[in-house]
Write a protein that binds this ligand. Structure first.
Ligand SMILES: [Zn+2]
Length: 543
């Protein structure tokens, strides 16, 4: 009996673990035993054939030109790119979605940057982006602030065996905390006794400080230089937030990452002894008495905010028999703009997707003109603000143009014009990385594979679909905001290269023939998803 139970236990374990057995992460080769369907009486073949590398080349040299200045959301080049897309839509006689008089979906965005960042301790003045760093959108103004003491609070943790707040009066005070968690040795965390931390992220610590009424948190990172490198870009370019948040208070204490120079200025001569005593107490009792440094701290932080209008761009094609079901195809058209006079052209990221969508739209417009359309409606969307944190698609998912429940799928295209090192070494051009296809809908995954075998014969590489992919690409482009709403989403991507987010991502380096093949594949998939009798299912849905 016991043995039977054990066997059943094992069987169950295997079943459960194979259900949870992740997402596809291998490479699938096309079936070359069957020929490609090239018969032009097949509608999707006829119209896919009008997607041409020569036209992609022409569009992309305009989208990624000097004039468009890197298309940063909120800047002139981005507006020019939107106008260019609009011009093409008009030329092809494409309709905006129902209820919209224009192709543009306006989005309010707030740009926040520092106007002033002054920090001094005693007679030492410190420099922003040198001795300290503070992120404008996460902070409130802190004008003419003075404090005559700073409390050292260890790690700023409050839990069973680590009570850093115990017996401390911190309301409206300045605290200094270490980032991270205390360690017993190089690899063992004190709080868990294992190699895994207890989850005290900085966000969690700041939320706790907020609850305790702390005014200003000085964070001492374990590696200030690394923190500086990581956060610098959030300070140098303006922070962008969805909606109008001008003048709105951030519900959090102010946070400044400080260098060890600043920590030393606070602690002063002989101050380390106080910290050592605190450490000893913590090791013995799990808590320590107040460690207060008398110091004259002066801060003067004020922000500058600007309300800007961004826009997603939407083209609409009405379906024949299932008008109220929609398939979306998306690509972001923004990039990261300029630094001084240096233009970041973003030809691959994501001029390639922008252009691919233009060609797909032109093919759909031609089909419509000839009285041909799939059964379902199609929405083509050029997203803005992707580089600012997927803002355009986040806005779209909260303010959808067509109902979310009626949205069948999203096909997202981001960077499809280049070859990465792996495939350059194999001399293989006809490949694509596919991400997300099987995460919500097995149907979507199977259909994409079938469409590939029927029409495209691409190598489908699912490496980045692995849920443990350290690059986390699944979370890093616009399809993710659809997936979050349970809309099956598939992301096409041809991989990274040395020019990624560099001024050297230029249109002369694009492989237009490769883009044409991918553009046609995306078109076939779009057409199939919009045509098939049954709407694709989300896994786990009752059939
Ligand atoms: Zn991109």
């Amino acid at each position: 009996m016991q043995i039977l139970k054990l066997i059943m236990c094992f069987a169950l374990f295997f079943i459960v673990s194979s259900i949870q057995a992740q997402y596809i992460s291998n490479v699938t080769k096309p079936d070359l035993s069957t020929p490609k369907i090239t018969d032009a009486s097949v509608l999707s073949v006829k119209y896919a054939n009008t997607i041409l590398e020569s036209e992609m080349n022409k569009h992309l040299h305009i989208i990624a030109s000097d004039k468009m200045g890197g298309r940063e959301t909120g800047f002139e080049g981005n507006v020019l790119a939107a106008e260019y897309i609009k011009e093409q839509l008009k030329k092809w006689d494409v309709k905006p979605p129902k209820g919209m008089t224009d192709y543009f979906q306006p989005i309010a965005l707030t740009y926040t940057s520092w106007d002033k960042t002054v920090l001094s301790i005693g007679d030492q003045t410190f420099r922003n982006l040198w001795d300290f760093i503070s992120i404008p959108k996460d902070n409130n103004d802190l004008p003419s602030f003075t404090a005559d003491e700073v409390q050292f609070l260890g790690y700023g943790i409050d839990q069973k065996n680590q009570k850093d707040y115990k017996k401390k009066k911190v309301k409206n005070k300045v605290i200094l905390i270490n980032e991270g968690e205390p360690m017993l040795n190089d690899s063992i965390y004190k709080l868990t006794g294992t190699t895994k931390p207890a989850g005290w992220t900085l966000e969690k610590k700041i939320a706790l400080a907020q609850k305790k009424g702390v005014k200003l948190v000085l964070v001492l990172p374990s590696d200030f230089k690394a923190t500086l490198n990581e956060k610098r870009r959030y300070v140098l370019s303006p922070n962008v937030t969805l909606d109008n948040v001008v003048g709105k208070k951030v519900n959090s204490p102010n946070v400044i990452y400080v260098s060890s120079n600043i920590a030393k200025a606070i602690i002063g001569e002989g101050g380390e002894e106080k910290i050592q005593t605190a450490r000893d107490q913590m090791a013995k009792k799990g808590k320590f008495g107040p460690v207060i440094y008398a110091t004259s701290l002066k801060a003067d932080f004020t922000k500058k905010q600007l309300l800007i209008e961004g826009r997603n761009i939407a083209a609409y094609f009405e379906g024949k028999s299932k008008k109220d079901e929609y398939v979306i195809i998306s690509a972001h058209y923004d990039h990261i703009g300029q630094r001084g006079d240096v233009i970041y052209y973003g030809a691959d990221d994501n001029g390639s997707g922008t252009t691919t969508l233009l060609e797909i739209t032109e093919a759909l417009a031609l089909a419509k003109k000839e009285g041909n359309a799939p059964e379902r409606s199609i929405l083509v969307i050029w997203m803005t603000g992707e580089e600012k944190g997927l803002l355009g698609s986040e806005y779209y998912s909260e303010h959808p143009i067509v109902p979310i429940s009626q949205t069948v799928a999203d096909i997202n295209i981001d960077m499809v014009g280049r070859q990465d090192d792996k495939y350059a070494a194999q001399k293989e051009k006809s490949y694509i990385y596919v991400i997300g296809s099987d995460r919500l809908s097995t149907d979507l995954h199977k259909i994409n594979e079938k469409v590939n075998n029927d029409f495209s014969k691409l190598v489908m590489d699912y490496t980045y679909n692995d849920e443990n992919d350290p690059n986390r690409y699944y979370f890093r482009s616009d399809h993710y905001n659809f997936a979050k709403k349970d809309i099956p989403s598939i992301f096409f991507f041809s991989g990274v290269h040395a020019d990624y987010h560099q001024p050297t991502d230029t249109p002369d380096k694009i492989m237009y023939d490769k883009m044409e093949v991918i553009g046609r594949h995306a078109f076939h998939l779009l057409w199939e998803l919009a045509s098939r009798p049954e709407r694709i299912r989300v896994d786990g849905e009752i059939k």
